[in-house]
Ligand binder design. Structure first.
Ligand code: MG
Length: 241
């Protein structure tokens, strides 16, 4: 029998940091270079959506075929990353309160795997989190490269943790942390525990109405956030460090 493993999976935008429009701007410029239009991007809701979903939802209404978008996805990604690397330095990316401390305390819980569950492409995640050197603190992740459908991500996370540790957590031993109704929905659909955090752009009442297991205005109070997460995972807090 393998050791039991539990997982805490973080969304990025609005949960860990705010990239102040750098991501959207980079994506607009990338698709304009390649397709001459941003299509319906102005009307597409980015929050809680995966990058490939946003790209398809933007370009398909402009008459660009789904297969054509898929065929050129690597090209779109490369351009997006090169703009993002530039634009991310031109804005003041905000690290949301408590993140660094929370990752540090979670890192000391040996039974917990800390991972990402984000619609960002992995390289986009690396660029955004790289502003604060946070990317290496995550042992695993599921990204927009893996699927355009957020609700598929918890199952992929499980398999990735199995590959890493030889044991997969039960869905009930996973906490999905995010700032949108889509984060809450994907966690709930999978049978994971959900922690909604009010640091994004979604009003608290809207998040609470989605029925997360826990809602916090922010992750800024490390003790409160850690205790909440441990409770969702049915773990006892260890001795104070
Ligand atoms: Mg988010």
């Amino acid at each position: 029998m393998g050791t039991r493993v539990k997982a805490v999976l973080f969304d990025i935008d609005g949960t860990i940091l705010k990239s102040q429009g750098a991501g959207k701007r980079a994506l607009e410029h990338a698709v304009t270079d390649l397709f001459g239009t941003t299509g319906a991007m102005d009307t597409v809701q980015f929050q809680g959506r995966t990058d490939p979903y946003i790209i398809h939802e933007s370009l398909e209404p402009a008459g660009i075929a789904r297969v054509e978008i898929a065929r050129r996805m690597d090209e779109i990604k490369e351009r997006y990353f090169s703009y993002l690397r530039r634009y991310i330095r031109e804005v003041d990316v905000v690290l949301l309160p408590g993140i660094r401390d929370l990752l540090a305390v979670l890192g000391r819980e040996s039974v917990i795997v800390t991972g990402l569950l984000t619609g960002n492409f992995v390289e986009g995640a690396r660029i955004k989190l790289g502003v604060f050197d946070l990317f290496p603190l995550f042992q695993t992740g599921v990204f927009g490269d893996d699927t355009s459908v957020r609700n598929e991500m918890p199952a992929i996370a499980r398999e990735r943790i199995r590959a890493l540790h030889g044991t997969a957590p039960d869905f009930g031993d996973m906490v999905v942390i995010g700032d949108t109704v889509h984060d809450v929905e994907c966690g709930k659909r999978a049978g994971a525990r959900t922690l909604a955090v009010g640091t994004g752009w979604t009003p608290a009442d809207v998040l609470i109405a989605q029925g997360p297991d826990l809602y916090l205005d922010s992750l800024g109070d490390t003790r409160q956030a850690l205790e909440g997460i441990l409770r969702l995972l049915e773990l006892q807090p260890g001795p104070p460090n």
